[in-house]
Write a protein that binds this ligand. Sequence first.
Ligand SMILES: [Zn+2]
Length: 80
Amino acid sequence: MSEKNKVETPVRPSGMELIYLYPCPHCKREVPLISPTRPDRVRCDACGRTFPIVPIHERSNRFVKLMTANGLAAVDPDFM
Ligand SMILES: [Zn+2]
């Protein structure tokens, strides 16, 4: 069988990350950040200005990942 005729098996996620939305104080764009666990200054991808952010507690992130088996429990049951 040639590569073209093979049925492709859909791929499941192997992990997950939580994305937090920080509203830019300058233009109100919600800037997406992947679990920022340290206080930092970030740049808005819309207006280009920077602002300081409040970090996420690492323990809360670990809890959500544990409760969803690192995202696997969130997979559509029709595809399990
Ligand atoms: Zn902005």
